[in-house]
Ligand binder design. Structure first.
Ligand code: ADP
Ligand code: MG
Length: 325
């Protein structure tokens, strides 16, 4: 902990004490050396952590309300992918300086989403340095029932929530604008640009869907690094191959965004044949392929199948990789 202008403790008090939901399972929240939390009997703890770095995970100068929302949303999405119920969050905030207008909007973006999901902010850390937001979310799942990437089997159907590809199209659109050009990503309708940008700035973690999938899905992953790459991870973890029906993908974003774009925070999951009808009846999900014996991801388009092509650069075939060159 490094002191910052407003005073570190005044800052924590003003912006982060009592953020999010008040929960009866919090014995002790912000203010002591640690939080004391009660997990219900018969539940496994689900623990996730994700960090946003200025200029890496969001464009520098982004709307602070969006930054606060996304910092929590990406973690809630990981909880959703496990079928978990989020309960508590920790926030490790590194700030270059104390900008109260920025903090107010950031805390509102974080706090509103936390409130909406019944999550209490129970602790964190505040330091000075390059803008970086680390969040941990703790939640729970009925013992032994958490969803994994590794449960898919040949013959399972493949589903996705929402419209993956939209967020990447939105980010491209935002970057184009902030660079002062009218560079567009290949979509025509201007209304799509605003809708795509909203998908990047304010993603919707699919927490209720993840919980509904607990008795239904055989495997689940959240789409954070690109559909093809994340599908490859699920298939590899399950020891199977996957076929993606490109024509079934519901996004209207450009093809590269749909196949390889990141930041959607949708759920990609597999369903055994006997449960397909129950899943197809859930709102906001689309059947987009199937699991087979073998390995790797193929794309099926106009009746033809090809091995999924590599994307150049860090957004490669295995999804976004921070250390790829
Ligand atoms: P310590 O010195 O014991 O690490 P700190 O001074 O870092 O404690 O933090 C004081 C209290 O404020 C702790 O309960 C900590 O969890 C909480 N806290 C610090 N920063 C944040 C933050 N950004 N959001 C929420 N809680 C925070
Ligand atoms: Mg500390």
């Amino acid at each position: 902990m490094t002191g910052v202008a407003l005073g570190e403790f005044a800052l924590i008090d003003r912006y982060f004490r009592d953020r999010g939901a008040q929960r009866a399972d919090v014995r002790l929240g912000v203010g002591d050396d640690g939080a004391l939390l009660r997990l219900p009997p018969g539940e496994d703890l689900v623990a996730v952590s994700d960090t946003l770095v200025d200029g890496v995970h969001f464009p520098s100068g982004s709307d602070p309300r969006s930054v606060g929302h996304r910092a929590l949303a990406v973690n809630l999405s990981d909880i959703a992918a496990m079928g978990g119920t989020p309960r508590w969050a920790l926030l490790s905030l590194t700030l270059p300086s104390v900008d109260e207008a920025w903090l107010e909007a950031f805390a509102a973006g974080f706090g509103d989403l936390a409130l909406g999901h019944g999550v209490a902010l129970v602790g964190g850390d505040t330091t000075r340095g390059p803008l970086t937001i680390g969040v941990q979310v703790l939640g729970s799942v009925p013992a032994g029932q958490g969803l994994r990437r590794s449960g898919a089997r040949a013959g399972d159907a493949l589903f996705v929530s929402g419209t993956p590809g939209d967020a990447a199209a939105g980010l491209a659109s935002l970057m184009g604008r902030s660079e002062g050009t009218d560079h567009r990503t290949g979509t025509d309708a201007p209304t799509d640009a605003a809708a795509f940008e909203a998908r990047f700035l304010f993603p919707t973690p699919r927490v209720a869907l993840g919980q509904a999938l607990l008795p239904l899905a055989s495997a689940c992953i959240d789409v954070s690094d690109g559909l093809v790459g994340d599908l490859g991870k699920l298939a590899a973890a399950s020891g199977c191959a996957a076929v993606l029906d490109v024509d079934a993908l519901p996004s209207k974003a450009p093809r590269h965004c749909v196949l390889h774009g990141g930041d959607d925070y949708e759920l990609l999951f597999t369903v055994p044949p006997a449960r397909v009808a129950a899943v197809a009846a859930l709102p906001g999900v689309t059947r987009i392929g199937e699991i087979r014996a073998g390995e790797g991801v193929s794309l099926r388009e106009a009746g033809r199948e090809t091995a999924a092509a590599s994307a150049a650069g860090p957004a490669g075939p295995a999804g976004y990789d921070h250390f790829a060159r």
